[in-house]
Design a protein around this ligand. Structure first.
Ligand SMILES: NC(=O)c1ccc[n+]([C@@H]2O[C@H](COP(=O)([O-])OP(=O)(O)OC[C@H]3O[C@@H](n4cnc5c(N)ncnc54)[C@H](OP(=O)(O)O)[C@@H]3O)[C@@H](O)[C@H]2O)c1
Length: 281
């Protein structure tokens, strides 16, 4: 069998890094991409083929993808769209610009890269696209509106694409993690500090509680799993002859998927507010 190639985004830490190393060990030709130039050197030092790709920058996406195709003779087996961040903040405290940047990174960059990857995959009549969504792609939590919105939109776009790819030999899957140990919380905290002004918000008490959660070392939520739990589902999505449309990961994802089917909206809302500690979690 020919060596399978995969492009992964967001490999500086967490799930992306774990999956890049895990798949390379499994024999894949991995292109590990990262937003910042300084992290390219770090990934090289770990033995990975690394390149710079900023999902918020179309030129960077086009350049990185051209580099990948150059090194694979115009072929690509798989794309794992993973690079993203969480922009905390109440919906009413999000400026248009802050929401736009969230969607540029978490949605529009993923879409642009997907369209590029589809070209060689459709030519080959085979390929896998895997999107790292979230439990927050189908239930919402307070003070996570920008992120919820990016993942809900991703789920909608992916469901549509799956229908349109029927019979093409290209498969698209969503992974839906709940809490996973990574740098996600630290990065969300930086985005909160950079873009939200708590002093003028009616939510400032909740923000204070949220800040201490985002600052906490180690797992902040119950049932947190290591990033290897996502790698396991990614391997299935890449290697199964019948990849699933969705791969839930962690107990909270299974639980909320069930509750969303069973409960009326009001009851589910009460639970979600409680689970978020009214913003503190
Ligand atoms: N951790 C969780 O609990 C959890 C739960 C559900 C879903 N997820 C999803 O899992 C994926 C990976 O997150 P993680 O948990 O591994 O968090 P992480 O450790 O913060 O990793 C996120 C990665 O995305 C990258 N990224 C951010 N903005 C980017 C941009 N503009 N262009 C390219 N890359 C960018 C980050 O790069 P920098 O280091 O340069 O910022 C980092 O490499 C995300 O899609 C996230 O939504 C995570």
């Amino acid at each position: 069998m020919m060596q399978r190639s995969i492009l992964i985004t967001g490999c500086s830490s967490g799930i992306g890094l774990c999956c890049a190393l895990g798949l390379q060990q499994r024999g894949y030709q991995v292109f590990a991409s990262t937003r910042r130039a300084e992290d390219v050197a770090h990934l090289h030092s770990l033995g990975l083929t690394a390149l710079q790709l900023d999902l918020a920058d179309s030129q960077s996406i086009q350049q990185a993808f051209a580099q990948v195709l150059e090194q694979t003779d115009g072929q690509l087996y798989a794309l794992f769209n993973n690079g993203a961040y969480g922009q905390p903040g109440a919906v009413e405290d999000l400026s248009r610009e802050v929401l736009r940047v969230q969607l540029e990174t978490n949605l529009l960059g993923w879409h642009e890269l997907t369209c590029l990857a589809l070209k060689p995959m459709l030519r080959q009549g085979a390929g896998r696209i895997v999107h790292n969504s979230s439990v927050l792609g189908f239930v919402a939590m307070p003070y996570r509106g920008a992120y919820n919105c990016s993942k809900y939109a991703l789920e909608g776009l992916t469901d549509t694409l799956r229908l349109e790819l029927k019979g093409s030999g290209v498969h698209v899957s969503l992974i839906q993690p709940g809490p996973i140990l990574s740098r996600f919380r630290q990065n969300a905290y930086a985005s909160f500090k950079a873009n939200i002004d708590p002093s003028h918000s009616r939510h400032r008490a909740q923000y204070a509680a949220m800040e201490s959660r985002l600052n906490k070392e180690g797992p902040a939520a119950p049932f947190t799993l290591p990033p290897e739990a996502v790698l396991k589902r990614l391997i299935h999505a890449l290697e199964s002859s019948r990849p699933k449309a969705r791969y839930p990961v962690t107990l909270p994802t299974y639980l909320f998927a069930l509750l969303k089917r069973l409960l009326p909206d009001r009851a589910l809302d009460r639970l979600l507010i409680k689970a978020s500690g009214d913003g503190a979690r």
